[in-house]
Ligand binder design. Structure first.
Ligand code: T1G
Length: 707
């Protein structure tokens, strides 16, 4: 007998109600990701109440479009939560006398999985993913996830999912008892079939809140380990305390109360502000108003010139994204060495399960082509030059490319500092020239700076952003200046660190202070990793045009003159022993510093970690404000994403300019003016910073005005 269908009715703007025989169906329609905003919550609550009032025997909840609920509506954060709140809605769903079934597809995340866990039965399509990623937003699951998930999946599984935020696939969720069934088909059909079966078999309601409290474990040890592992990010360790409450509280409701307290604590934290800013900024950074409606040029086959670490990394990233790569080297031997590097990178991807053995075979034998003659690049859609960082070498390469590449091919340079306009000028097609600044290792680091030169055509910019998306990069638009966005700001906060050393601090104290701030590595550990010879080459290049008022230490050069380039030579600011992680302070360094101070007649003084951090961050913010003020970066969020994805800036602080807003710009400007009394040349306050303080505005205001 055909099911009888009651005419559908919208319970709210985002939820549609249907009745199919004994089953009330609640369909979420809140694109793009069915976020659990107010209208969705109201609609679900009204739908449950209507189903009960109209004598339905079961309720099916599913999402239209690409996914089941992907969580609370993050845009509502920071505003007063309007009723029904998510915790109350989940309690209402769970308490319903009817059987409630959730049918999941796409990404059931955060509040979405919490709604499913408050349902009595859960079914999913095989490709569905589910998780509680709230810690990645600086918060924790606040609608019962920390209380219900450990009850259905056990404490260990719940802790792993909640403190990492990592989603799992349906098969694992079934194995862990998080869902009851996997079925092929559309969420509506599999959901209806499952609900009918449950009714026909007289399946009972199964509120998770009635399940026994989960098994406890040594939470204190885990808490400390989480704090250490997350370098000061609070949400994972705090979320652990909420799961602990699920195990130790006298009742489910008492556990929910504790979850709510901890949730509010994190919601009111600066870290939540930083991480939400990062969430929306990493999505906004590649959306440029000027690219609206601009069609990218075709992109199927690219060329890479230079097969060193950088070139090999770029080629690897391109191969992994499905592009054909012709790698040009000067000699057969160099080309073979480059291939070995690329094959090594791809073997890593194979080991991590990112590609299959067949894909590995195809990439290394078909998609990658080696060449030693420029003519091999004649048909490439885009060529990326990654040769030695020397202007004359770059110009020679671009003159050759100009001669051989087809009309419409994009000629890109991977320079880290050099003037892209000057490079473009050696070609007859400067409109086709652009900077594509990758970060080492290029197949791992997420950041790509697209450096737009004066004559670069807009569709070349659009194609570069399309390439960034293909490669899975966070792509940031930068203007031309020495070091573009990231390296220019790096040079400034590194100088600030060197100045503090001349005045009494030590490289090791500075590294400790900045790892305490949340960086994975301090500036001197990073310098040793990147190679001290790179900074040395930059200092030599800039020395002829240096302003005599600039404080320039000599100890870094002395270190290099002695052949100490960091990890690659086993010695730099630290000494590295083979097979050992990290280094130990190089005993020669203090002597070099003392000699430099004596040379300059400087008497060292003590620095606290707080002062070191404050000066370091003020230098970073001040230079970043100049970069935005000059239009090298379009918006402050462009700088924040550059530092997050290219320079290890702690995500939970949102980026240097978000940090500055949270700290208060007036205080930062005041400190800069105080420091300027010691060194008026270095500490010249950025005009934009002065303007924002004078107008009582913030960097966030600029983000809003320019998005
Ligand atoms: N709220 C509001 N907007 C959202 C959103 C959300 N939860 N998720 C995505 N968007 C927007 C996003 O900004 C973008 O907008 C568009 O949707 C497409 O997203 C109590 C409080 C779901 C895996 O953390 O991880 O529940 O840029 O580009 O790559 O415990 O979005 O087009 O204008 O990312 O396919 C927990 C966050 C919330 C999931 C899809 N949930 N979202 O990825 O598309 S906290 C999350 C994602 C919570 C409760 C707590 C991803 C995605 P625009 P997109 P995608």
């Amino acid at each position: 007998m055909a099911p009888s269908l009651t005419k559908e009715k919208r319970m709210s703007q985002a939820i549609t109600y249907e009745r199919i025989d004994d089953i009330a169906v609640l369909i979420a329609q809140n694109p793009p990701v069915n976020a659990l905003g107010l209208e969705v919550r109201k609609g679900l609550q009204a739908g449950i109440e209507r189903a009960e009032a109209e004598g339905a025997r079961a309720v099916l909840i599913y999402g239209d479009g690409r996914t089941y609920f992907a969580g609370a509506d993050i845009r509502e954060f920071g505003q007063p939560m309007l009723a029904p709140g998510l915790p109350e809605l989940c309690a209402r769903i769970e308490a319903s006398p009817l059987i409630v079934v959730s049918s999941m597809h796409g990404t059931a995340l955060g509040g979405g999985l919490e709604v499913a866990l408050s349902s009595h039965y859960r079914i999913a399509v095989p490709s569905a993913q589910m998780g509680l990623p709230e810690v990645n937003l600086g918060i924790l699951p606040g609608a019962g996830g920390t209380q219900r998930l450990p009850r259905v999946a056990g404490t260990e599984t719940a802790l792993a999912m909640i403190t990492t935020g990592r989603p799992i696939r349906a098969a694992e969720a079934l194995d862990k008892g998080i869902i009851d069934r996997i079925a092929e088909g559309a969420p509506r059909e599999i959901g209806l079939a499952y609900a009918r079966e449950l009714l026909e078999t007289g399946a009972p309601r199964r509120p998770v809140c009635d399940m026994p409290a989960p098994q406890g474990l040594d939470f204190d040890t885990r808490y400390d380990a989480l704090l250490k592992k997350n370098r000061g990010q609070l949400s994972p360790a705090t979320a652990l305390r909420a799961v602990q409450a699920a195990c130790e509280a006298d009742s489910f409701d008492a556990g929910m109360l504790r979850e709510g307290e901890l949730f509010t604590e994190l919601m009111d934290s600066d870290q939540r502000l930083g991480m939400i800013h990062a969430f929306f900024s990493e999505r906004a950074v590649s959306k440029l108003p000027e690219l609206k409606g601009v069609a990218p040029r075709p992109l199927a086959a690219i060329g890479v010139i230079g097969g060193g670490t950088m070139g090999a990394g770029i080629a690897t990233a391109a191969l992994l994204s499905g592009l054909t790569v012709t790698l040009l080297e000067m000699t057969e031997q160099a080309a073979v060495a480059a291939k070995d590097r690329i094959v090594g990178n791809l073997q890593g991807a194979l080991k991590r399960g990112k590609i299959s053995a067949d894909q590995f075979e195809a990439l290394t034998t078909q998609a990658l082509i080696l060449a030693t003659d420029y003519s091999a690049l004649a048909q490439a859609d885009l060529v990326i030059e990654a040769v030695f960082e020397e202007m004359s070498v770059k110009k020679t390469v671009f003159a050759q490319l100009d001669a051989v590449c087809k009309p419409g091919a994009i000629l890109a340079t991977n320079t880290s500092y050099l003037d892209v306009d000057e490079i473009a000028a050696v070609t007859k097609r400067p409109e086709d020239v652009i900077g594509l600044h990758f970060f080492s290792p290029a197949h791992v680091m997420k950041l790509l700076e697209v450096v737009v030169a004066d004559k670069t055509a807009i569709d070349v910019v659009a194609t570069s952003f399309a390439l960034g998306k293909m490669l899975g990069k966070i792509t940031v638009r930068a203007g031309v200046c020495d070091g573009f966005i990231g390296n220019r700001i790096l040079a400034t906060y590194r100088s600030c660190a060197d100045h503090m050393i001349l005045d009494g601090a030590s490289p090791y104290q500075i590294d400790k202070a900045m790892t305490g701030f949340g960086f994975a590595m301090g500036p001197f550990e990073v310098a040793d990793l990147a190679g001290l010879d790179i900074g040395w080459a930059v200092r030599k290049r800039l020395a002829p045009t240096q302003d005599p008022r600039e404080r320039v230490p000599s100890f870094p050069d002395k270190l290099c003159e002695d052949g100490n380039f960091g990890q690659k030579t086993g010695k730099g600011y630290y000494v590295y022993e083979a097979g050992k992680r990290g280094g130990t302070p190089n005993p020669d360094v203090p002597g070099l510093i003392e000699a430099n101070r004596a040379e300059l007649g400087l008497t060292p003084r003590d620095f606290s970690d707080e002062e070191i951090t404050r000066r370091y961050m003020c230098a970073m913010v001040n230079e970043a404000a100049k970069v935005v003020g000059e239009g090298i970066a379009r918006r402050p969020l462009d700088v924040d994403m550059t530092l997050l994805f290219g320079y290890g800036f702690p995500r939970y602080r949102g980026g240097p300019l978000k940090w500055a807003d949270i700290q208060g710009l007036a205080g930062i400007l005041n400190d800069i003016n105080v420091y300027a009394k010691e060194d008026a040349f270095f500490w010249q306050a950025a005009p934009l910073l002065q303007q924002l303080v004078a107008e009582g505005r913030s960097f966030e205001d600029l983000n809003r005005e320019n998005s």
